[in-house]
Design a protein around this ligand. Sequence first.
Ligand SMILES: Cc1cc2nc3c(=O)[nH]c(=O)nc-3n(C[C@H](O)[C@H](O)[C@H](O)COP(=O)(O)OP(=O)(O)OC[C@H]3O[C@@H](n4cnc5c(N)ncnc54)[C@H](O)[C@@H]3O)c2cc1C
Length: 466
Amino acid sequence: MAEVIVIGAGISGLTAAYLLRASGHDVVVFDQGDVPGGRMRSERIDGFLMEHGANSVVGPAPAVEQLIAGLDLGSERVLRSADARSRYLVRAGRARALPVTPCRFFMSGFFSLAGRLRLLLEPFVEVCHEDETVAAFTRRRLGREMLDYVMDPLAAGLHAGDPRQLSISAVFPRLKRLERSHGSIVLGAIGSRWRRDGRSAAYGPGKRILFSFRQGLGMLPRSLAGHLAGCIFPGHRVESVRRGAGGRFRVLARRGAAAQWIMADSVVVALPAYAAANVLDGLDRHVAETLAEISHPPLAVVFLGYRASAIAHPLDGPGVLMPAIEKRDVLGMLFSSTLFPGRAPPEHVAITAYVGGARQPRLATLEPDELTALVHREVRQLLGGGEAPVVARTRCWRHGLPQPGVDHARRLGRLAAAECEHAGLFLTGNYFSGVSTAACIEQAVGTARRVEHYLAGQSGGARKAA
Ligand SMILES: Cc1cc2nc3c(=O)[nH]c(=O)nc-3n(C[C@H](O)[C@H](O)[C@H](O)COP(=O)(O)OP(=O)(O)OC[C@H]3O[C@@H](n4cnc5c(N)ncnc54)[C@H](O)[C@@H]3O)c2cc1C
C-alpha cells in the first residue's frame, strides 16, 4: 500500500515523485528499465560522452531552475560554448552557415530573392484562428521556401517530425500566438524582441540559454533518483492499473516471473503515450485508445567520435540541420564536442546524428553497423574527411517522440475529462505541452501540485467522516 504510485522514472515521473516526497508524501516509483532516466541518459565511452536521448536544455525556465537549485546541481552546469556561433543548414548538397540577423538575412543569397520578398508580404496575410499543420501555416504566412528551408528542418531537428502532420499550435505555439495577437508573426516577433530588450536593460540579460551538465544531462535524473532512494524500483514493469475496493487503485507490477498488486490512493502515469495506453487499457478503454492514437515513429541516435584532424569542417556551430527537400539520410547532426566542454578527449571531436523519425522511419531500424556506415558517409560528404571514426555507438528508440497532429488538442481534452472521471489518476509526460525537458519538468511540477491538492481533499474528507 502506498499513498502515491508513480509509473515511469523518466524526467517526468522522477520530478513529480521528488516533489511529492519532498512534501512528505509516501511515494513508490516503478520503472521497467534498469537505470532511471528514460530518454535522458549519458554514457562515457573511451573518454567521449554520448547522450542517448536529450542532450541540452533550453532555459531559463523557472521550474527547471528551482529543480536544479533544490538538487544543488548549479555548479555542475555547463553552458553552450561561445565557439558554437554559426548555424548550419544543408542547401544544394552543402552545409552552409545561415544568416541569422535580419540584416544579413536580407542581404545574403542563402534564400532566393523571391523567398525574401515573400516575407515582406507576411504582415498582410489574413489571420487563421483554426489550428493547422506546420506546413499549411508556414506556406500560408511565409511562403514555400521558408517551409522547405526553415520550418521543415526545424520540425525534423526538434521533433523528428514531418511538418505536413504536426500541429502548429502544439509544436510551435508561440508562432500561432503571435499570429493571433499581432496579426503577423514578423511584426509580433519584432514587437516582443523590442519589449524584451527594454526589460533586459532594466532587469538583466534575460536571454535564452542552452545548457547541460559536466557529466551530461543524465546527471539530472541520477540526482533525482538519488533523492528517491528506497522508494524507487527499477526493473519493475507495470502491466495494469485498475480500481480496487474503497475506490483505491490497484497497480500490477512485474519483475521477471514475479508479479504483485500494490494498492495506492493515487497513481501518476508518467509514461510515453503508447506505453500509458497499454497500462490503462484495463481501467478505461477510451483513454487507452486516445493515447494509442498518438504516433511515435522510431528514432536512432548515432554517436561518432573522430580524431579532430579527420574532419575538414571547423564544426563551429551547434550542428547542421537537413531539409527534407535535400533528400539526405539523416535528420540532423549535433557537433557535440563544440556545444559543450568535456564531450571528447583532447584532439578529438564528437558528432551525434539523428536518423529516422516521421520522415524516414525505416532507416532508424537499420542494424548498428549499417547506421554507423550511413552516418559516416553523410559526415564525409557534408563535413569532409575520410578517416573512420574511432568510436561509434548507436541507440534506437523504437518509439521515438510523440507527433501531435491537428487533432491533438481534442485528445488532450479527452484525457483531462478522463482524469476527472477517475479521481486520483494523473497523467503526465512529453505529449502534453512539448517534448523538451523543460516542458516535461513544468508539466510534472503541475501534476505534482494536482496530486497534492487531491490528497489534501482526501484526508480532509476522511477527517470529516471521522
Ligand atoms: C533522441 C532524442 C533526443 C532528444 N533531445 C532532446 C534535447 O536535446 N533537449 C530536450 O529538452 N529534449 C530532448 N528530447 C526529448 C526528451 O528527452 C523527452 O521528451 C523526455 O526525456 C521525456 O521524458 P519522460 O519522463 O516524459 O519520458 P521517458 O523519458 O520516456 O520516461 C518514461 C519511463 O517510463 C518507463 N516505462 C515505460 N513503460 C513502462 C511500464 N509499463 N512500466 C514501468 N515503466 C515503464 C521507461 O523505462 C522510461 O524510463 C530528446 C528525445 C530523444 C528520444
